[in-house]
Write a protein that binds this ligand. Sequence first.
Ligand SMILES: *[C@@H]1O[C@H](CO)[C@@H](O)[C@H](O)[C@H]1NC(C)=O
Ligand SMILES: *[C@@H]1O[C@H](CO)[C@@H](O)[C@H](O)[C@H]1NC(C)=O
Ligand SMILES: *[C@@H]1O[C@H](CO)[C@@H](O)[C@H](O)[C@H]1NC(C)=O
Ligand SMILES: *[C@@H]1O[C@H](CO)[C@@H](O)[C@H](O)[C@H]1NC(C)=O
Ligand SMILES: *[C@@H]1O[C@H](CO)[C@@H](O)[C@H](O)[C@H]1NC(C)=O
Ligand SMILES: *[C@@H]1O[C@H](CO)[C@@H](O)[C@H](O)[C@H]1NC(C)=O
Length: 371
Amino acid sequence: MTGCKLMGHHERKETHFGTVHAKFIPMAAQVLFLFLSILCHVATAGRTCPKPDESPFATVVPLRNFYDPGDQIVYSCLPGYYSPGGYRRFTCPLSGIWPVNTLRCMPRVCPFAGILENGAVRYTTFEYPKNISFSCNAGFVLNGTDSAKCNEKGDWTPSLPVCSPVTCPPPSIPKFAILSDYKPRAGNNSFYQDKAVFQCLPQYVMFGNDTVTCTTHGNWTELPECRDVKCPFPTRPDNGFVNHPAKPVLDYKDKATYGCHETYVLDGPEVVECSKFGNWSAQPSCKASCKLPVKKATVLYEGEKVKLQEKFKNGMLHGQKVSFFCKNKEKKCSYTEEAQCRDGTIEVPKCFKEHSALAFWKTDASDVKPC
Ligand SMILES: *[C@@H]1O[C@H](CO)[C@@H](O)[C@H](O)[C@H]1NC(C)=O
Ligand SMILES: *[C@@H]1O[C@H](CO)[C@@H](O)[C@H](O)[C@H]1NC(C)=O
Ligand SMILES: *[C@@H]1O[C@H](CO)[C@@H](O)[C@H](O)[C@H]1NC(C)=O
Ligand SMILES: *[C@@H]1O[C@H](CO)[C@@H](O)[C@H](O)[C@H]1NC(C)=O
Ligand SMILES: *[C@@H]1O[C@H](CO)[C@@H](O)[C@H](O)[C@H]1NC(C)=O
Ligand SMILES: *[C@@H]1O[C@H](CO)[C@@H](O)[C@H](O)[C@H]1NC(C)=O
């Protein structure tokens, strides 16, 4: 029977039909060989076990297409899988039918990893060979991997991360600035959303936000800038003057005061300030007053009827407005039209008719009933 075991099934078949080689073998040996072969075949005919059924996540060793009775096979779970009952060993029985395989291989389960403090875990199961992934809440940063795999041994690789609070190192300090409000709460560092406030040294002007905030990236929002701001000396207006501090240079927030010579009016604010852009908040000028454009007229000034020649003996100042009366001849009524003194010029409304001093019998437009 040892001979049978040493030979494969196919070899045996070949021996039955392949007698070509027989003439090269001595007669006695040939007969003996043939005899043994037939014996073997008779003993095992129809009783070899077939290739065993596959079992999920398991391997069979040895794996062949045929087994002789007495041959052993071992089922074992693939790496990453286990069976509560361990592996299964089977022997090919004389019937040639393998016993029912009850081996069930199940994936290994890694330790529960569904909760990440200050973060979230994305997973389907914790079984081999699944990946799970991690993220942290705002203000926290992953310390470790962003995904882990349940490995063959049932452990997480790489090991599970933690969400550590975001910290910002002390902010750098802009030139010409000081920190006016800063309290590191994390040792020498700050936590997410902590704030720091800057101030510029005196005479320096802040550009940007004085407050910086520790961001989710562990850096600070944009730092402000402190700039040295100077304004040029203000220019004297024509027909006027400007006063400014008697200093070699004029700085941010320095003020200058404007005034005009007699009969001139300041157009713009009296006081201007050196702005953060290094220019003055305004550039006032002096505007000329107007000579009276007519000898006599009754006009409306600030809601009252006045005699132009009396009210404005010295002329009208720049910006002053009066309303002249005009006649509507058809309707025999009066209406008004406005005129304003602008830097020495005033235009009398075309509808206004100045009476000759002799035409005393004519009714002045200002005495006619309004339309
Ligand atoms: C699992 O994660 C690893 C890295 O951690 C990655 O290389 C692999 O592609 C992931 N597999 C799946 C199915 O997401
Ligand atoms: C990351 O975590 C490890 C241990 O969990 C800890 O020792 C380390 O300080 C953490 N690193 C940061 C930047 O939080
Ligand atoms: C904070 O900074 C000071 C000075 O640089 C240093 O001596 C100290 O060790 C730091 N403290 C921490 C907790 O890092
Ligand atoms: C400055 O930043 C703070 C927050 O960092 C914000 O609340 C404030 O509105 C900002 N101020 C200006 C003038 O932009
Ligand atoms: C902070 O860091 C983030 C990410 O690296 C970057 O996009 C951003 O520009 C940085 N902010 C400042 C103010 O440097
Ligand atoms: C001052 O300069 C700023 C920036 O160049 C400009 O926006 C502003 O209009 C200027 N102001 C005056 C009054 O010219």
